[in-house]
Design a protein around this ligand. Structure first.
Ligand code: ADP
Length: 452
């Protein structure tokens, strides 16, 4: 087992990894930028090393600085969290070269699954349903037009290196294609340093449903069921739940089996998430795979009682899945997560600054993952997620009432947050009835005005 792990991340996920390490008796090393000097991940880690100025490129994304910190602290492994370097195959390779265990899949598997059109091709080959679309990267807007005609409008142009909903454009007619193609290309090039685009059929009113898997180094893969993440704004998730109201036990079992076989065949190791869209006929289509822990992983932890981050560490250390899981996966009750972002409720722009009051809710079935605290500062340089409020109830109705009361008892002052928006979503009759496709938020704003 590892003796010491460096956490190449910040905020709530760095704390989450520290929790897992503490429970496993593993020492932790935090890295931090100048802006995070007073952060809780620095306080709770056994050791902490400053790796540079606030800008991401000079600190948390600075591979030589992260590796130097790992060497100085003499760690055995690096946990990358989510975002930042977590899906960077080059980083995983550098870790290997330096004899540091990267807690995630091998770099070649990250490379295969990380380029979205390559992952599409791999899934298609394995018999997992994908949406009709281009074979690989588009050569230019002329080729895009040919594919769009073949697939039929509407289509969606997506960035091969995509993430966070960037570099994506819905195209409804031939006339608007060249303009939207160029816009997607520049956005992708700016965001990812890679302007490669591909195309898929656009599904009207889909649900976003994703499956969590865990895999050991010996070819065994387990599916831990699904999360529904259809409540999104600008293609970014706001609220997630498990199980989905639309996934039957048979469908869960069927998809789980196909995924376990496919991932075992490609040599997948560690935690991963396979994202699908479900159309109005309840058919699932693969859209992408994330080769890391997800923001919304606590939803699965609440209904399965499996600690996914501890599992990641144990699997990376060479444990078998059998030893990590101790028996079959059992799903109990219903869980919901609300992402609490520090942002302006109308402009949706990050709301950095000092938190003056911070009172997280508690009680039965309530979990708060956060690195925020009263008098703490939210720096303007990073993600606006400041807390994840997660609840579990015996069924969806109980989870909804529990979440509503927990949101009502969550006090954050000094910065704007998405708490008021979530309270209104939870009270919305369409949400309560389970009518949750990815266009829910648009309809919700149309009904209630911009603030919900
Ligand atoms: P990213 O990696 O940028 O998050 P995804 O491929 O995961 O991009 O898609 C993000 C969201 O965009 C989906 O959850 C869905 O709401 C929307 N989306 C993506 N592809 C399609 C599609 N083919 N049809 C309809 N909506 C889509």
């Amino acid at each position: 087992m590892f003796k010491k792990i460096l956490i190449a991340n910040r905020g709530e996920i760095a704390l989450r990894v520290i929790c897992a390490c503490k429970e496993l008796g593993i020492r932790t090393v935090a890295i931090y930028s100048d802006a995070d000097r007073n952060s809780l991940h620095v306080r709770f880690a056994d050791e902490a090393i400053c790796i540079g100025p606030p800008q991401l490129a000079q600190s948390y994304l600075n591979i030589p600085a992260v590796i130097s910190a790992a060497e100085i602290a003499n760690v055995d492994a690096i946990h990358p969290g989510y975002g930042l370097l977590s899906e960077n195959a080059n980083f995983a390779e550098v870790c290997e070269t330096c004899h540091l265990k990267f807690i995630g899949p091998p770099p070649e598997v990250t490379r295969l699954m990380g380029e979205k059109e390559k992952a599409r091709a791999a899934m298609k080959k394995a018999g997992v349903p994908i949406l009709p679309g281009s074979d690989g990267v588009l050569g230019g807007d002329g080729e895009a037009l040919e594919w769009a005609r073949a697939v039929g409008f509407p289509v969606i142009i997506k960035a091969s290196a995509g993430g966070g909903g960037r570099g994506m454009r819905i195209v409804r007619s031939e006339q608007e294609l060249p303009g939207l193609f160029n816009a997607a290309q520049s956005e992708a090039a700016a965001a990812f340093g890679n302007g490669d685009l591909y195309m898929e059929k656009y599904v009207e009113n889909p649900r976003h449903i994703e499956f969590q898997v865990l895999a050991d180094q010996y070819g065994t893969v387990a599916s831990l069921g699904e999360r529904e993440c259809s409540i999104q704004r600008r293609h970014q998730k706001l609220l997630e739940e498990s199980p989905s109201t639309q996934v039957t036990p048979e469908l869960r079992e069927e998809i789980g089996q196909v995924l376990c076989k496919t991932l075992s065949d490609v040599g997948y190791v560690n935690a991963g998430t396979i994202e699908f869209l479900m159309d109005t006929d309840r058919k699932l289509y693969f859209i992408e795979m994330n080769t890391r822990i997800q923001v919304e992983h606590p939803v699965t932890e609440m209904v399965t009682d499996v600690d996914l981050v501890k599992s990641q560490i144990l699997l990376a250390a060479g444990e078998t899945l059998e030893n990590v899981l101790h028996g079959p996966i059992v799903h109990r009750g219903h869980a919901i997560e609300c992402r609490i972002n520090a942002e302006h409720p109308e402009k949706f722009t990050p709301s950095a600054g000092k938190i003056t009051t911070f009172h997280p809710p508690g009680g039965t079935g309530v979990r708060v993952d956060t690195a925020a605290y009263a008098e703490g500062t939210i720096p303007p340089y990073y993600d606006s997620l400041i807390a994840k409020l997660v609840v579990r109830g015996k069924d969806r109705d109980e989870a909804i009432s529990r979440m509503s009361r927990a949101l009502g008892m969550f006090i954050v002052e000094g910065v704007y947050t998405t708490i008021p928006l979530h309270r209104k979503i939870l009270a919305d009759p369409e949400f309560r009835a389970g009518h949750t496709d990815t266009t829910f938020i648009e309809r919700f704003f149309a009904r209630n005005g911009k603030q919900g």
